[in-house]
Design a protein around this ligand. Structure first.
Ligand SMILES: [Zn+2]
Length: 65
């Protein structure tokens, strides 16, 4: 994978985003709403996030408006 901005191939893959930041897509598990874990791949040369994705199970009851 290459950074689309600076062309570097120095990409860190699958870094974990701290759930305590409280920002992530919500899903329901029974009566409770949970925040899904994000992952990110980013360029170590310019800091651009190349890929931003949900980690783990995608087969969840996602909450939408
Ligand atoms: Zn870059």
């Amino acid at each position: 994978m290459k950074c689309p901005y600076c062309g570097s191939e120095n990409i860190l893959c699958n870094a974990v985003i701290d759930l305590h930041s409280g920002c992530g897509p919500l899903y329901r598990k029974g009566p409770v709403s949970l925040v899904s874990e994000w992952g990110v791949d980013f360029c170590l040369d310019c800091g651009t996030a190349v890929r931003f994705f949900v980690r783990g199970d995608l087969d969840r009851k996602w909450v939408t408006k």
